[in-house]
Design a protein around this ligand. Structure first.
Ligand code: DGY
Length: 332
């Protein structure tokens, strides 16, 4: 079998590139910015495998330009940048990296939750602006307690479950809503399942972990935000479009909810003049949920393993279009 050709769309951890280079001819896109659609199509024309991230659009046109493509391996758990149906139609398995980033993303969820509750970035901005003139006042900078509060987890996948695990240490009451009920997790973590409106109405903190699909675009819109308590805090670490940004601005500005903390925005990057950024009760981080050294290294290595397995027609460690296996009896 001739040595396969692999295109990696960004610099990644060297260990992962070395692993691929042992079994394939490797080309790595050198820029920080992704290849344009035209540049990507040109690279894919030669490729047997491609290792992507969330900024690369693998749509039908990209796949049509890739006659030899046997594997798309994404170093992320989310694959909303990839046309999964088209990949399945073409018999191309799509690898992804669930699990290895769950703890890091749950850590960041908690960092955001705590920062919003205790006004950490808001007060930091205030100090840096030279506004700390009065050393202490009993009634200033009051936040809300995390311990003993009710947490509503939306989407109980691996990340949601890790969030529940952390919340237990804070003696929080745990509720969740998810596509699938998880009775074992309910028993283990004391999680109470409820319909979405019930969770929204009861929670002091709502954290969002659902994948972005056609069904979850604006999953949290104005109606849902208005179901939340005026004292509640929303944390989104999933994908920006899962929350309706215009509705969020309106509700936050009116004090319909207390605060929001977002690791993901719509669009990304959020423009510096976006109205949301004018609000003091909003905290934003630049999509860094999985950005710890060990988590990102593990994602790169898992993506490399998925890529090599796909090139050999072997089962992937994690495949986002598992239905391919039924359709074609291959790959996933
Ligand atoms: C993912 O994995 O989907 C994150 O958004 C990037 O790590």
């Amino acid at each position: 079998m001739p040595t396969p050709q692999v295109f990696v769309t960004r610099q990644i951890f060297p260990e992962a590139l070395e692993m691929i280079a042992r079994e394939a001819r490797l080309e790595v896109w050198p820029d920080d910015y992704p290849p344009s659609p035209e540049q990507l199509r040109r690279k894919l024309a030669q490729a047997d495998g491609v290792l992507t991230n969330i900024m690369d659009r693998l749509d039908a046109a990209a796949m049509a330009a890739a006659p030899n493509l046997k594997i798309i391996s994404q170093m992320a758990v989310g694959v909303d940048n990839i046309d999964l149906a088209e990949a399945t139609r073409r018999g191309i398995p799509v690898g992804h990296t669930p699990g290895v980033l769950a703890k890091a993303t749950a850590d960041l969820t908690f960092a955001l939750l705590m920062a919003a509750a205790r006004r950490v970035s808001e007060s930091d901005r205030w100090v840096r602006r030279g506004q700390w003139q009065l050393a202490f006042h009993p009634m200033h900078w009051l936040g809300v307690d995390i311990h003993g509060a009710t947490l509503g987890i939306l989407g109980l996948g691996q990340i949601g479950l890790e969030v529940a695990r952390r919340a237990r240490g804070f003696e929080m009451k745990l509720m969740y809503h998810s596509r699938t009920r998880r009775p074992q997790a309910e028993a283990e973590y004391g999680l109470e399942y409820a319909e979405l409106p019930e969770v929204l109405a009861a929670a002091d903190f709502v954290t969002v972990h659902v994948p972005l699909t056609a069904a979850t675009r604006h999953y949290i819109g104005e109606r849902e935000l208005r179901m939340m308590k005026p004292s509640a805090i929303l944390v989104n670490v999933a994908r920006g479009p899962v929350v309706d940004a215009k509705a969020l601005y309106k509700v936050l500005k009116e004090g319909g909810i207390r605060a929001a903390a977002l690791d993901v925005t719509d669009p990304e990057p959020i423009p510096a003049d976006d109205p949301l950024l004018s609000l003091e009760n909003l905290l934003v981080t630049p999509h860094i949920g999985s950005a710890s050294v060990s988590s990102r290294r593990a994602m790169c290595l898992m993506a490399a393993r998925n890529l090599l397995a796909g090139l050999k027609g072997q089962r992937l460690e994690a495949c986002a279009n598992g239905d391919l296996y039924q359709v074609k009896n291959r790959g996933c």
